[in-house]
Design a protein around this ligand. Structure first.
Ligand code: HEC
Length: 146
């Protein structure tokens, strides 16, 4: 009997955990994967800047470039869910961020290949981070409680 209660209890706990954390839809998973590869690219860019390592820097730029073609707008359906009251805004934010990030990536490549200017490269990096954070604040409504 004791064992039965224990099993029952565990079942309820697991059910509860399942409810707070519903399984990801394929759209959510795809969005997360894109985000992860962008974060990976950014980290490489930072490492490249800090260690004066051009190859790592270029690898980072490449991985941000690879996710370029509609890399945010293609997740439109998943993104809209973050702003059910204003899905149009979610989409236009995605489009604008996409264009801005693309422009900064292009500028960064120019700085790496022709201007060789580390301050400009670092500025490009900062601009991109601001694009990421801008959307996370607006769409994900990220902030600390206190
Ligand atoms: C158009 C909006 C938007 C932009 C721009 C954006 N993100 Fe995100 N990001 C999101 C949303 C929405 C999530 C939440 C995804 C989820 O957990 O379902 C997210 C989640 C993430 C996560 C967490 C993924 C995980 O596994 O939990 C990382 C890391 C991330 N973004 C990195 C970035 C980086 C790096 C950039 C910039 C190069 C960026 N994001 C730009 C909307 C955006």
């Amino acid at each position: 009997m004791k064992k039965l209660f224990l099993t029952l209890g565990l079942g309820i706990v697991m059910l509860g955990a399942g409810q707070t954390n519903p399984p990801m839809t394929p759209e959510q998973k795809a969005l997360k994967d894109t985000m992860k590869s962008m974060a990976d690219g950014l980290m490489r860019i930072q490492e490249g800047i800090l260690y004066n390592d051009r190859e790592t820097l270029l690898a980072g730029v490449r991985s941000l470039k690879r996710v370029q073609e509609g890399y945010l707008t293609k997740h439109g359906e998943a993104l809209k869910k973050y702003m059910p009251d204003n899905p149009t805004f979610a989409m236009s934010l995605a489009k604008k961020s996409e264009m801005d990030i693309e422009r900064y990536v292009r500028m960064m490549r120019e700085d790496i290949f022709s201007r060789h200017d580390y301050s400009n490269i670092a500025a490009g990096y900062t601009h991109i981070v601001q694009e990421c954070v801008g959307c996370h604040q607006k769409l994900r409504k990220w902030r600390w409680e206190k």
